[in-house]
Structure formats: structure tokens, C-alpha cells
Design a binder for this molecule. Structure first.
Ligand SMILES: Cc1cc2nc3c(=O)[nH]c(=O)nc-3n(C[C@H](O)[C@H](O)[C@H](O)COP(=O)(O)OP(=O)(O)OC[C@H]3O[C@@H](n4cnc5c(N)ncnc54)[C@H](O)[C@@H]3O)c2cc1C
Length: 306
């Protein structure tokens, strides 16, 4: 029995929320406030990103632990291969196990700031699939999530090759996939169809960015290779300069995306909230208004392929 393996079979939409470790006192306050406020919406689990560099790593583990012990969340810590030898990865895994984490989001990681290309540690791991295998062999009790890219990973030469590499991650032992953020549900539906055709059967949790500004959406879109639908770009551009109006556009877009996904039978949704409570809470509130106050207890739609 493992929480992260079992939640998918409840027939209810799974909701996960991503946090990153705050960097200073102010952002820590915001992080804690968001963690406190979101409790009322009972996400099934929250995840904690993993940064490059020592202090960021200690913060990832420390704040992940705080989300578990102080707020009672089930926490999925992220782990990347960046800069780590196998021995270091082994000791981090031991620490995760000692602290009581039950699952890990296994990633290759982005090159550290200033570097253009990912370079593995001389005694480290090259791809996320290698990390999945390593964890699977050394700590088989951890459930494992991996990243999927509906619009292709930016470094991949073709979508077909990217899918082949995703298939390898799942073959190595991943239990579920969380997707990169996307703004057009058609990209997710196409991606899931291709995954299923390639023989991937694990749940594919769609990743949604909660409302931010026109500037942030443009930055994320460029960084992640997620295209901006013309309608969203036009709405955001029109609202540009008025933070409340921009946020409103973003919340409504995310809400409509999630409703469309759940109605089509997606297993749930993963929220990239950037540690901000207001848009996340407003989004959850509106989902409740449209889908019923406790919309998360509504049985999933029937399309089991999603
Ligand atoms: C849900 C989610 C959470 C994330 N959390 C974090 C985080 O906490 N910290 C962080 O630093 N980053 C995070 N990222 C970003 C992620 O680390 C980057 O997108 C990174 O560039 C790729 O990681 P990956 O695990 O997908 O790598 P991989 O699956 O290893 O893929 C990386 C690239 O290599 C290619 N590839 C894979 N295997 C092979 C092979 N055998 N031969 C040739 N090419 C291959 C793939 O097609 C892809 O282009 C996250 C991304 C997502 C979607």
C-alpha cells in the first residue's frame, strides 16, 4: 500500500498543488499563509520543487517536511540529478525515507543558472529514467512521479523521441506522470492519446498554471515551450497593466481548462500556484461554484483513457 499509488483508484479527481521553497522572510510568510489557507480545499497532496545548489536543496527538504508535519499535507518531494553523485542521491533517498515521505517526483532537472546544457555529475545520473531506475532498485517502496510534456520537452528533437523517453521512464518504474503546464486542453488530450498508443497506462495528471500576470504568463510560456492560445493572449493583453484584471483573466482561463479536463475524464489536476494563495483559493472557490461546493467528491467522468 502506498498513498501515491492508491489515490488514482478512488474515482474522484485528484488535486495536487506545487510549492517551491521560499527564499527570504517575506516569501516565507507568503508560503506559510498559502499552505494554511489551502488546507480548506484538501488537496490530495502537495509537491515541493528541488533546486540546484546546496542551500536551496536544504530548503526544499526542510519546507517539504514543514508542509507535512505542521500542516498535515501528504508531500511529494521533487528530486533532480543535477550535480549529484549516485552516493549523494542514495543518501538523500535515505533521508526522504527517514522523514516519512512516501513518494518522489523524479526529474533530471534543468541546467544550473548560467549553464546552457545539462551535464551529469561524473558519477551521477544522466536522465530522469536513470533516476527512476536507481530509486526503484534502492527504495522500491517509494511511489514515483515523472514529468511529461504535452508540447514536447524543449530539448527534444521530435515529439516521437520525447515520447519514447517518457515511455522509458514509465518502464523504469514511474507510477504516474504530471505534465508541464499547458494552456490549451487540446494539447493534453493529444498527448494522452499518444501516450496510450505508446503503451503508457499510468495516470497523467494535467498541470495548470493558476492566474498570474501577462508578463509572467509570457515568461512561463517561453520558458516551458507552452504556447499561448490567441484568445488568452488577447484577453491578457487587453487587461495588461491592471493586475486585478490580469489575474481575473488567468483565474477564469484556468477554471475553464480544469472544468473541460474533468468533464473529459482527466484523473484530476496539478496546480502550479507559485506559492500564491489568492489566485489559487479564488480558482478553487469558482470550481466549487460551477461544479458543486465539494466538487472533488464528484465521481470522475467515464473516459478511462485519460
Ligand atoms: C511536473 C514538473 C515538475 C518539475 N519540477 C522540477 C524541480 O523540482 N526542479 C527542477 O530543477 N526542475 C523541475 N522541473 C523541470 C525539469 O527538471 C526540466 O524540464 C528538465 O529539463 C527535464 O527534466 P525531466 O525529468 O523531464 O528529464 P528527462 O526525462 O531526462 O528528459 C530530458 C530531455 O532528455 C531527453 N531524453 C530523455 N532520455 C533520453 C535518452 N535516453 N537519450 C536521449 N535523450 C533523452 C528527453 O526527451 C528530454 O528532452 C519540473 C518539470 C515538471 C513538468
Amino acid at each position: 500500500m502506498n498513498f501515491f499509488r492508491d489515490i488514482w483508484t478512488s474515482g474522484r479527481p485528484v488535486c495536487s498543488v506545487e510549492f517551491f521553497p521560499p527564499k527570504n522572510e517575506d516569501s516565507e510568510k507568503q508560503f506559510l499563509l498559502t499552505a494554511e489557507r489551502l488546507k480548506g480545499y484538501h488537496p490530495n497532496f502537495v509537491s515541493m520543487t528541488y533546486g540546484a545548489g546546496g542551500s536551496s536543496r536544504d530548503r526544499s527538504i526542510g519546507f517539504g517536511q514543514q508542509l507535512r508535519t505542521e500542516f498535515g499535507y501528504e508531500v511529494l518531494p521533487h528530486l533532480t540529478c543535477v550535480g549529484h553523485s549516485r552516493a549523494e542521491i542514495g543518501s538523500i533517498l535515505d533521508e526522504f525515507a527517514d522523514r516519512g515521505f512516501k513518494g518522489i517526483m523524479a526529474l533530471r532537472g534543468d541546467p544550473p543558472q548560467g549553464a546552457t546544457e545539462f551535464k551529469p555529475h561524473p558519477d551521477g545520473l544522466r536522465y530522469a529514467a536513470d533516476l527512476v531506475s536507481f530509486i526503484h532498485q534502492n527504495h522500491p517502496s517509494f511511489a514515483l512521479g515523472v514529468a511529461g510534456y504535452p508540447e514536447k520537452h524543449p530539448e527534444a528533437d521530435t515529439a516521437e523521441n520525447d515520447l519514447r523517453h517518457l515511455t522509458a521512464k514509465v518502464g523504469a518504474g514511474a507510477d504516474f506522470i504530471t505534465t508541464q503546464l499547458f494552456f490549451d486542453n487540446a494539447d493534453y488530450f493529444r498527448f494522452v492519446k499518444n501516450c496510450r498508443a505508446a503503451g503508457i497506462t499510468v495516470p497523467i495528471l494535467p498541470g495548470i498554471l493558476t492566474a498570474v500576470s501577462w508578463k509572467q504568463v509570457s515568461r512561463f510560456s517561453a520558458m516551458c515551450g507552452s504556447k499561448l492560445p490567441a484568445q488568452l493572449a488577447a484577453d491578457l493583453e487587453r487587461a495588461s497593466g491592471d493586475p486585478a484584471a490580469e489575474e481575473e483573466v488567468g483565474i477564469n482561463w484556468a477554471k475553464d481548462q480544469i472544468i473541460g479536463l474533468l468533464k473529459a475524464g482527466a484523473p484530476g489536476f496539478h496546480l502550479y500556484i507559485l506559492n500564491r494563495s489568492k489566485p489559487a483559493l479564488e480558482l478553487m472557490h469558482r470550481l466549487g461554484e460551477e461544479l458543486g461546493t465539494d466538487f472533488r467528491t464528484i465521481p470522475r467522468a467515464e473516459d478511462k483513457n485519460l
